[in-house]
Design a protein around this ligand. Sequence first.
Ligand code: CA
Length: 723
Amino acid sequence: MKSTIPAITIALSILLTACADKTASTVDKKIPTLATVSSEHIANANATPEVWLSYGGTYDEQRFSRLKNITQDNVKDLGVAWTYDLETSRGVEATPIIVDGIMYVTGAWSIVYALDAKTGEELWVYNPEVSGEDAAKGCCDVINRGVAVHKGKVIVGVFDGRLEALDAKTGKVVWSTLTVDKSMPYTITGAPRVVKDKVLIGNGGAELGVRGYVSAYDVNTGDLAWRFYTTPNPNKEPDGAASDEVFASKANATWGDSGKWKTEGGGGTVWDSIIYDTVNDSVIFGVGNASPWNPKLRDPEGNGDNFFLSSIVAVDADTGKYKWHFQTTPRDQFDFTATQSLILADLPIGADGKPRRVVMQAPKNGFYYVLDAKTGEFISGKPFVNLMTWASGLDANGRPIENPNARNWENGFVNIPGPMGAHNWHPMAYNPQTKLAYIPAQQVPQLLKSNPDADNDKKMRWNVGLQYEAGVPPVYPKGTLDFIRKDFKGNLLAWDPVKQEARWSVEHSGPGNGGVLTTASNLVFQGNIGGELVAYNAETGDKLWAKQANSGVVAPPSTYAIDGEQYIAIATGWGGGWALNYGVGWPKAVTPDVGHVIVFKLGGTGDVPEIPENGIVMSPKGDAFGDDALKMHGLQKYAENCMVCHGPLVVSSGVIPDLRWSYQTADKESWNDIVIGGALTDNGMVSFSEYLSADDAEAIRAYIMGQAWLAVANGDAKEPSND
Ligand code: CA
C-alpha cells in the first residue's frame, strides 16, 4: 500500500491551575414536577441541579452540574446503584433526562424508556416501530440522542422523521407530526429542544441527498410554527419560510444556477446542536456538510461559499428570522459539519476583563471557535489538534487559510481531520470554575479522491461524489491493519478558550469516545471505547476513579440527586457512525456493544452485567474464488454500496455483522437472497437490486471471501476447523 498516512505523536503539556469555588446560587429554587416542567425551569436550571431537564443540562448546554456531593476525595467510593438492560446491540447515544424522580432515556431505534431514577424500575417503554426500510436511510446507525420534556409530555424525534409527544406518565402518544418528506432520505437522530412554547428539531441525510432545515413546532399541538432552510430553494424562489428573506438578500447569491444541489438539496442538515440564548432571545444551531460533498458535482459553475453549509446560525426564537451566521468551512467539501456541541458562556474577555457572552464550538474541521453570542462576530479561533493538513490557520475574520492542494482530489488528498472530524457529535462540556472546555477529540485521517463514476444518481443511498474507500488494494501485507490503526487516535482534551490553548490531555485507545460531564466539585466524567466510565480531576486530568461498564461508551453522562444522594447516569452501547463506518480503525480489543443504563452513587454495591458471548468465530466459512479483475470490481462496488455500514476493508466493528465470517457470504444463494432479494430488510439491510446486478453482487462476494482468506494469511483470523 502507499504510505500516505504520516505517523503522529501528540504531546500536550500539562499545567496545573487553581480555581476559586463559587457555585452558590441566588436564584429561588423551584424544582419542577412532571406536570409543571417548562421552558422557565430550563432557563433557571442551574438553580435546580437535582434534575437534568434538557439535552445539555441547561440552555447554555455546558453540561456543568452544580451538584457537589460527589467530590474529588470521595469519588473513589462510587459504585453501581442500579442497571437497566436496553436490549440492543446497536449504538446508544442518549443523554438521560431526569425530572420528578423519573429518568427518560432512549436506546436504539428511537425507543423511549421511562425508569424510576432511584431504583431503575421500568415504568413504561414506547417503541415507535421504525421500519427496516427507513433504517436504511441513515448514514450512521439507528441511534437517538434523547428526549425533551415539557408540562407532562416527553418529546422524541423518531428516526423516520416523526416528532412525537408522549404522555410522560404512560408513554401514550399525545401528538405525532411528520417533519420530513418521506420520499427523501431524511432521518432524525438528534434530541428535540423546547424553547418557550415551541419544540425545535432538525434532521440528517446530507450524505444521501437532502435539503437541510430546522423547524419549530407548537409544543402543545405539534403544529408547525416556523422553519428555517439552510440551503436555497431549488429554483431560488421563496419557500414561504422564515429563511426566505435572507436567501433573497444574501444566501442565494453564494450558489450557482446548476448542479446536483438542485436535485439533491445541497445538504446542510441540522442534525445535532440547537441551543437557546436566553439573553439575546436567539436560537443558535449548527449546520452540517454539503450534499454531495464534491462541489464540482454540487455547484459546478458557481464559486461561492454556499451559505449556510458548515455554519453556526442564529435566528429569532419566536419567528425563526435570521440574525447572524458564521461559516466555519466556506464551500464545504470535506464533510466538515458545524453541528457539534454549541456552548454559551461568559468569558473574561470584554473591555477591562469584563465578562463577554460568547458561543463556542469545536467542529469537525479542527478549529476551536469563540464568537460573540449577540452578533456572531469572530473573536478567536485556533486549531485544537496537533496535526491539520487542510488549512494552516484562520485569517482575521476567522476564514480558514486553506492548503492549496486540499481541494485537489483527482490524485487524492489525505485530509486531517478526515470526515469523522477532529470532534464529532460526542458532546463537549465547559466548566465555568476551571474555565476549561473538555473535548472528546480525535484524529482520523482519510484519503479523499474524486470518483469518476459519481455522476450515477443513487437516490436514497450514500452518495457523496468521491471514492470513499481507504485506497487499499484487495491484497495487502501482514501488519497493514495495525499500521492504519496507529494513526487513529482519541483523547480527552482540556482546552482554555480564552488563551486558545490546551491545558491537559488524556490519550484513549482509539477515536470516538464518549461525551463529557463536568461538575462543581471540579470533576470530569467521560466514558470511552475501552468500556470504562472515568472520573478525572478537572484541573489536572488526573484519573480519580474508573469503572468497567462492560460495553464501549459513546454517550455523555448526566447527573441528578434524590433524597440528598447524587447519581451519575450513563447509557452504554457502542455503535453509531463510528462503529459502522470505521471498523478498521478500532483497536482489536474494543469492548462489545451491549446497551444498558448504568447509574452510580457513593457506596453503591451493584454489579455491571457481564458481557455475553457473541459466538462469532473469526474464520472464513467457505472458499475464496474469482480472479483479480472480479475481486477489483467487487472492491469498487463494495466501496460504493456496502462499506459505509460494513466497514473499509470489510473489517467490521461488530455492531453490524463482519461479512468475512458470515455463513451467508459463503453461500451464493443466501447472499443473493439478501443483497438482491432483500431477505433481511427488517434489520435495515434492504435490497440493493436498484444499484447492483446479480453479477455485481457475486463480484462483491468474491472480494469479501478474498478478504476473509487474506486475514487468515496475515494472521488476523483463524483457519476454519473441520469439526
Ligand atoms: Ca456528514
